[in-house]
Design a protein around this ligand. Structure first.
Ligand SMILES: [Zn+2]
Length: 381
């Protein structure tokens, strides 16, 4: 991984690269940042920069033989330890080396992974992973060997907070005084779960949440969404690349919810006789969708009504609407006011409840549509 491939964290990348250039490479560093931040990505890029045979001031070259091996996570002097556990199919006393194939596959897809997603890929059946004493012994063994390629040996430990006390104590001395040209990169999310003795032996690299503009750029690159929507989603993702991808990935469904919602509302507030037939047809169309879709649609409708009420009350900064949602809401918000917001909310809730009780969707949505005609009216002056 190159620094240029890490999302955001520009200042930190420069700082890390400069430290290497100036020969200030600490032998044990703790990349500490919460889930979804670039803690693991930065550690991988840092490792590549250290190993690279021909680095520039800012980044590894990406083409030398060391870069090629680090990039594929197959460099013989680049070692990994991470939480594992035994599943039904695996052996006893599991250590990271038994799961290297899954680890490489997961990280090569994206180094922005969650602990939960990692365990799911190991099929651990809700068991948590850990870094055991067997792992600590394996780490000591690996680092006692000479480096294969005559340069640095790097041991990256992902989630050292999952290391038990005995394992941690075994590694203390090694972390404090590693053999020459040996680096520990610890990548953690929660330092409170780590042994103080380990913490005190590492140099802290504090990884902040990813900033909104870097997340918005990522969403624009990876998903085909309008700029404004990308910015809104980036803001909602709260500094997490994982969360940003999750929300942006749902936005195809969201566009569908929006279209169905907008049609339903337009037909409700223009309640001419000929529209009632169209309105009932629209309700039947929604009733023809799957139950999961219908539930999510109703939750979406509740969110839209809430945002439009806030817009109506002109507390603009609290509104999370973008693109077509914002265009639609400029007019629609005139219809959502203190007179009807509670009833609307209640009607969507009721429909959700009835769906949950396996009610007939055709009846539920027709009933809802006809109630909307009465509720969606501009505030009487
Ligand atoms: Zn290189």
């Amino acid at each position: 991984m190159l620094f240029s491939e890490v999302i955001g964290h520009e200042a930190l990348k420069h700082k890390l690269a400069r430290a290497v250039r100036e020969g200030r490479v600490s032998h044990a560093q703790l990349f500490l940042g919460r889930e979804g931040s670039g803690n693991l990505a930065l550690a991988l890029a840092y490792a590549q920069y250290v190993m690279c045979e021909n680095p520039s001031d800012a980044d590894a070259c990406g083409v030398c033989s060391a870069c090629a091996k680090v990039h594929k996570l197959v460099h013989p002097d680049f070692h990994f330890a991470f939480p594992v556990n035994s599943s039904k199919s695996s052996e006893k006393n599991p250590v990271s080396d038994m799961f290297l194939a899954q680890w490489r596959q997961k990280l090569l897809q994206s180094p922005y992974i969650t602990e939960q997603a990692w365990y799911e890929s190991l099929s651990l059946d809700n068991k948590q992973g850990n870094i055991s004493t067997h792992e600590a012994e394996a780490i000591m063994r690996k680092l006692s060997l000479k480096s294969f390629e005559g340069s640095f040996k790097i041991m990256l430990i992902w989630l050292p907070e999952r290391m038990n006390t005995v394992a941690a104590n075994k590694l203390l001395k090694l972390i404090e005084e590693p053999p020459a040209q040996t680096l520990f990169l610890l990548v953690a999310e929660n330092s409170r779960l780590m042994l103080k003795t380990i913490l005190s032996r590492t140099q802290l690299v504090s990884v902040p949440p990813v900033d909104d503009s870097a997340l918005a750029d990522m969403i624009l690159r990876e998903f085909n969404l309008p700029q404004l929507e990308a910015s809104t989603l980036a803001h909602l993702a709260n500094g997490s690349v994982v969360e940003a991808r999750r929300i942006a990935g749902q936005s195809d469904d969201k566009r569908d919810y929006f279209e169905q919602f907008a049609t339903l509302m337009r037909l409700s507030y223009a309640s001419k006789a000929e529209n009632i037939i169209l309105l009932i047809q629209q309700a039947e169309k929604i009733a023809g969708q799957g139950r999961e879709w219908q539930k999510n649609f109703l939750l979406y409708a509740q969110r839209m009504v809430r945002e439009n009420f806030i817009l109506n009350q002109q507390v603009n900064e609290a509104v999370y609407l973008a693109g077509e949602e914002a265009d639609f809401s400029a007019k629609f918000s005139l219809f959502i006011n203190p007179d009807n917001i509670f009833r609307l909310y209640e009607e969507f809730n009721l429909a959700l409840q009835h769906l949950g009780q396996n009610g007939n969707p055709k009846i539920i949505f027709t009933d809802l549509a006809l109630k909307l005609v009465k509720l969606i009216v501009p505030l009487k002056k």
